[in-house]
Design a protein around this ligand. Structure first.
Ligand SMILES: Cc1cc2nc3c(=O)[nH]c(=O)nc-3n(C[C@H](O)[C@H](O)[C@H](O)COP(=O)(O)OP(=O)(O)OC[C@H]3O[C@@H](n4cnc5c(N)ncnc54)[C@H](O)[C@@H]3O)c2cc1C
Length: 89
């Protein structure tokens, strides 16, 4: 098996490992980034991103439920006035 030499070996390609390897590479070092599971780490697959993707639809539903006229179909004419000039309908 061929062997290869690196200036640095970063173990784990989560956000920290990716940032570390990127900085070292930009600094001119030859870097090996070793990942045993998923490149991107917890944040991309289980934590930050999926949790926000799951939370957003619930937030949108909650916002929609707070709209006063949600249950009424929008028929007829509507008048919209600027807030500064009085109540809106
Ligand atoms: C539900 C949830 C929501 C979150 N939301 C946010 C958010 O909105 N914003 C935010 O900034 N942070 C958030 N976080 C925190 C964020 O996920 C972590 O801070 C971040 O993932 C840590 O990055 P890391 O690179 O240190 O570790 P990890 O993401 O855990 O990556 C480590 C990597 O190393 C690999 N590894 C481990 N041991 C070895 C080995 N011996 N050999 C090879 N590879 C190895 C693992 O497989 C993994 O891919 C959240 C966390 C959770 C649980």
């Amino acid at each position: 098996m061929a062997s290869r030499t690196f200036d640095a070996v970063v173990i784990g390609a989560g956000p920290a490992g990716e940032a570390c390897a990127g900085r070292l590479g930009k600094g001119g070092l030859e870097v090996a980034l070793v990942e045993e599971h998923l490149v991107g780490g917890e944040c991309s697959y289980y934590a930050c991103m999926p949790s926000k993707a799951l939370l957003r639809p619930a937030e949108a539903l909650d916002e929609a439920r707070r709209v006063r006229a949600r249950a009424r179909p929008s028929r007829g004419s509507w008048t919209c006035r600027r807030r500064s000039s009085g109540a809106t309908k």
